[in-house]
Write a protein that binds this ligand. Structure first.
Ligand SMILES: NC(=O)c1ccc[n+]([C@@H]2O[C@H](COP(=O)([O-])OP(=O)(O)OC[C@H]3O[C@@H](n4cnc5c(N)ncnc54)[C@H](O)[C@@H]3O)[C@@H](O)[C@H]2O)c1
Length: 357
């Protein structure tokens, strides 16, 4: 299967690495607007077509599948071009930064008759899958409440500033927190998608509150309370203000499901699944896999889907990607409507105050 990869930033490199190790895949082309990236990675992986013009890949008749791993705002024009050229597409999350664009993309890809998958990693992650298996087996009875907590440092945190320099850190901050609509949208799409995947139910309504530390339009940290159509409640707690100035990178991730016959919990610190249920008690190691490992699982599923001519049901379709951004946008709209609480970041740097690069 001949792949073209568009977008060669940090995620694009991981995609390229995963694909280049898969025997059934040939990376036939790569593209990025940055000529340095194109040159270096084209040479490293010996790719026959390495270009700064993504359309050269999209219109190339010998390429079967396009992986869209470019910056969020580029997903919409690139996927629309892929639909017009009738390519299968695996697109990074979020499907788009605007819900209206996501709707158009889903419609155009459906019209093209080609497969459209969104890389929502939780569906390929062993922790999330094991939790779903325990819930689906009814071990904790009927799920009533799901809590998905994901907290990390902002994209311009101290560790990143020291590694990449202030200018690159600032550029990440703008890409993710401004254009990518900050934690509840950029990262939240994973949780909203997982909540639908885990509960098997769409959202009926979403209410949220959040705060902003540095004057962003979109909050740095928010909590969304979601009611599913089947009555389950999901809490999504997403923040980019965790251990921001810490000398060591630190994330806080915790999942809990509370059912009517028991409850389960997993967290990143312990990497153990603990289940306290009516008929059994489990305490098992459940290590977190890497992003690369998740991506490989998703690619394997997608390649199988292309062979079969239909997306395997556990993968996130364009419609799933759309529902994730609809939910994330609803959470943001709810926070903005309630009034985003503003906080002073204190002694830390505030790049948005009087700085221009
Ligand atoms: N699934 C995940 O957990 C996960 C993790 C990280 C990033 N991502 C997603 O992957 C995508 C890329 O993120 P990243 O961290 O690599 O960002 P990045 O800023 O490191 O790289 C983005 C790259 O896209 C290129 N680009 C921008 N517009 C383009 C266009 N029109 N055509 C071709 N190239 C273009 C830029 O030159 C840059 O090299 C984003 O959509 C992001 O949300 C997903």
């Amino acid at each position: 299967m001949r792949f073209g990869v568009i977008g060669l930033g940090s995620a694009g490199r991981s995609h390229l690495d995963v694909l280049s190790h898969m025997p059934e895949v040939e990376v036939a082309g790569i593209a990025d607007l940055n000529p340095e990236y194109v040159k270096t990675l084209g040479e490293k992986y010996g790719v026959p077509l390495a270009t700064t013009q993504p359309e050269e890949l999209i219109t190339n008749p010998s390429i079967d599948v396009i992986a869209v791993v470019a910056a969020d705002r580029a997903h919409y024009p690139l996927v629309m071009a892929c639909a017009a050229a009738r390519k299968h597409v695996l697109c990074e999350k979020p499907i788009a930064t605007e819900v209206a664009h996501a709707r158009e993309m889903v419609a155009a890809m459906r019209e093209s008759g080609r497969l459209f998958c969104i890389s929502l990693n939780n569906r390929g992650n062993p922790v999330n899958r094991r939790i779903k298996d325990v819930v689906d087996a009814g071990i904790i009875g009927h799920a009533r409440m799901v809590r998905l907590i994901g907290l990390m440092a902002a994209p311009d945190n101290r560790v990143v500033r020291e590694r990449l320099g202030e200018k690159a850190a600032y550029s990440r901050l703008v890409n993710i927190c401004h254009e990518g609509k900050n934690a509840m949208f950029d990262c939240g799409v994973h949780s909203f998608d997982y909540a639908r995947f885990l509960t098997g139910s769409d959202f009926r309504r979403i209410e949220a509150m959040g705060y902003s530390m540095r004057g962003f339009e979109y909050p740095d940290h928010g909590v969304a309370l979601c009611e599913h159509e089947n009555g389950i409640l999901t809490v999504v707690d997403k923040g980019f203000d965790y251990a921001y100035e810490a000398q060591t990178r630190k994330e806080y991730v915790r999942y809990e499901v509370i059912g009517d016959r028991g409850s389960l919990a997993w967290d990143l610190d312990n990497q153990r699944l603990r289940v306290f249920a009516h008929d059994q008690t489990l305490d098992e190691p459940l290590p977190y896999a890497s992003h690369d490992a998740d991506r490989e699982v998703i690619y394997r599923g997608f390649i199988e889907s292309v062979k079969q001519g239909a997306l395997l049901p556990w993968l996130a379709s364009g419609e799933d990607g759309l529902k994730a951004v609809e939910a994330a946008q609803a959470a943001i709209d709810s926070m903005i409507a309630k009034g985003i609480i503003t906080r002073d970041v204190g002694p830390g740097p505030n790049w948005f105050d009087g700085r221009s690069w």
